[in-house]
Design a protein around this ligand. Structure first.
Ligand code: PEP
Ligand code: MG
Length: 311
């Protein structure tokens, strides 16, 4: 029994009616890449690269970053990894970057905004990523994209770096985690190879509730119908443009979220390593028809409590 369960985690997650959902890992340290594979992960859907930059007194060099990314690419042994470019700012402060104090750091110089304002920091990371990409399938993902201009600027810098290195092109995707990106998803989809919905931030910005707030964070439920309707709109825009959508926020590993997201047409779920086997097992017991029916009912709910209460 145990052995059968263990082996099942290495099989793909396919619904009873034949739809394949990719189940990949969120990781934040080099050693986790190997662990993700051992746990049945079909790759890495989100590498949070902040770990390389935090808790030290200067930024990591290109060589140090390239070594860390390459170690992970190698550990994945041919499985894909999505490397998210630096998402610092917001709650994550870095002393050596001398970031001016902000009244509203979550609305401030965060993620791609910081990288575009500090092109040398960004270019160093991009060079390291392209060097790692010579060792296996790597995709690049930008965090906190809120406008089309940001995406175009980030892409053109990335292309410059790629040409300097003479590296092969890689797929480039964006996090959808800001409401403006949902509203502009069609335009953004024309410039991206994939979307990954960061439901943690999307929930915070959609409901205007700080995801870390000691009293309010419980209200920041990623299964709120307002958030689900944004996810639905994102998938529809992506479908039109012919690109795929994943989810890498917490709801991707929530049993109720797994069904609804599958039903909404999300093709990849990126979850914490300990959740991989359970998410795969759950998808195998599910039909697309059931998932679509629950998703439709969830979209019509008036509150997140109603979504959570659906039977
Ligand atoms: C998210 O916002 O949902 C996400 C996956 O990114 P992070 O939690 O690193 O902000
Ligand atoms: Mg985020």
């Amino acid at each position: 029994q145990r052995e059968a369960e263990r082996r099942a985690c290495y099989q793909p997650a396919i619904t009873t009616d034949g739809a394949r959902i990719e189940v990949v890992a969120n990781i934040a340290a080099p050693a986790e890449a190997g662990r993700a594979v051992e746990a049945g992960g079909e790759g890495v859907g989100l590498l949070r690269t902040e770990f390389l930059f935090l808790g030290r007194d200067q930024a990591p060099s290109e060589d140090e970053q390239a070594a860390a990314y390459t170690e992970m690419v190698r550990a994945l042994n041919g499985l894909p990894i999505i490397i998210r470019t630096l998402d610092i700012g917001g709650d994550k402060a870095v002393p050596y970057m001398s970031m001016p104090a902000e009244e509203n750091p979550f609305l401030g110089e965060r993620g791609i905004r910081l990288c575009l304002n500090r092109p040398e920091l960004f270019r160093t990371q991009l060079r390291a990523i392209f060097r790692a990409a010579a060792h296996g399938p790597v995709r690049i993902m930008y965090p906190m994209i809120s406008t089309l201009e940001e995406l175009k600027r980030a892409k053109s810098l990335t292309e410059e770096v790629r040409l300097e290195l003479g590296a092969d092109p890689v797929e480039i995707g964006i996090m959808i985690e800001v409401p403006s990106a949902v509203m502009m998803a069609e335009e953004l989809a024309a410039e991206a190879d994939f979307f990954s919905i960061g439901s943690n931030d999307l929930t915070q910005y959609c409901l205007a509730v700080d995801r870390m707030h000691p009293l309010l964070s419980r209200q920041a439920d990623g299964l709120h119908p307002a958030v689900l309707r944004m996810i639905d709109a994102t998938v529809r825009a992506a479908d039109k443009a012919g690109i795929w959508v994943g989810v890498c926020g917490g709801i991707a590993g929530d049993p109720r979220g797994v069904v609804i997201l599958t039903g909404l047409g999300v093709r990849e779920l990126s979850v914490s390593i300990p959740s991989i086997a359970a998410v795969k097992a759950q998808i195998r017991g599910l039909s697309m028809e059931q998932a679509r029916a629950l998703a439709r009912r969830a979209l019509a709910c008036p509150t997140s409590a109603a979504v959570r209460g659906l039977r």
